[in-house]
Design a protein around this ligand. Structure first.
Ligand code: GTP
Ligand code: MG
Length: 138
């Protein structure tokens, strides 16, 4: 069983749809084995999105991710990384497939409701940024 790291972004907490998003996650067979609601600091957001720091939207991305509470999660299941990417849908909600979280809920490419790790290695690194073993119960 694989784990992936998920964030319900500030547009999700602002619109009070975290339960609706979690229902889609669980219906897909992923188990939420760790979950915490936090306000990301600028330092945390800059570190988390460091790979994007040369991109033109980096400043906007950090502003957005610190603009309100987020829910950080550890999801577990068979092929959790790939499965969650599928459930999230394309980065741009206009291109996301029917039934995906971003198709149903996302407002724009910037405010796209969820983050999910893009590889098992990154999942481990991202989980370690926000969770200790004691905060995960499978
Ligand atoms: P994450 O799961 O959040 O990493 O999304 P992703 O893997 O589908 O996309 P990617 O890693 O390429 O980009 C990371 C995040 O940057 C996206 O989820 C968006 O929130 C944001 N982003 C990407 N492209 C743009 C853009 O053109 N404008 C803005 N404002 N944000 C963008
Ligand atoms: Mg990404």
């Amino acid at each position: 069983n694989e784990r992936t790291f998920s964030i319900l972004k500030p547009d999700a907490t602002r619109r009070n749809i975290t339960g609706a998003v979690n229902a889609v996650i669980e219906a897909a067979g992923l188990r939420i084995v760790g979950q915490r609601r936090i306000r990301m600091t600028r330092e945390q957001a800059e570190k988390f999105y460091e790979v994007h720091k040369e991109r033109p939207f980096f400043g906007e991305l950090v502003e957005f991710m610190t603009s309100g509470p987020v829910v950080v999660q550890v999801l577990e299941g068979e092929n959790a990384v790939a499965k969650y990417r599928e459930v999230m849908g394309a980065t741009n909600p206009a291109q996301a497939a029917d039934g995906t979280i971003r198709k149903q809920f996302a407002e724009s490419v910037g405010e796209n409701t969820v983050h999910g790790s893009d590889s098992a290695d990154n999942a481990k690194l991202e989980i370690a940024q926000f969770f200790t073993d004691a905060d995960i119960a499978a």
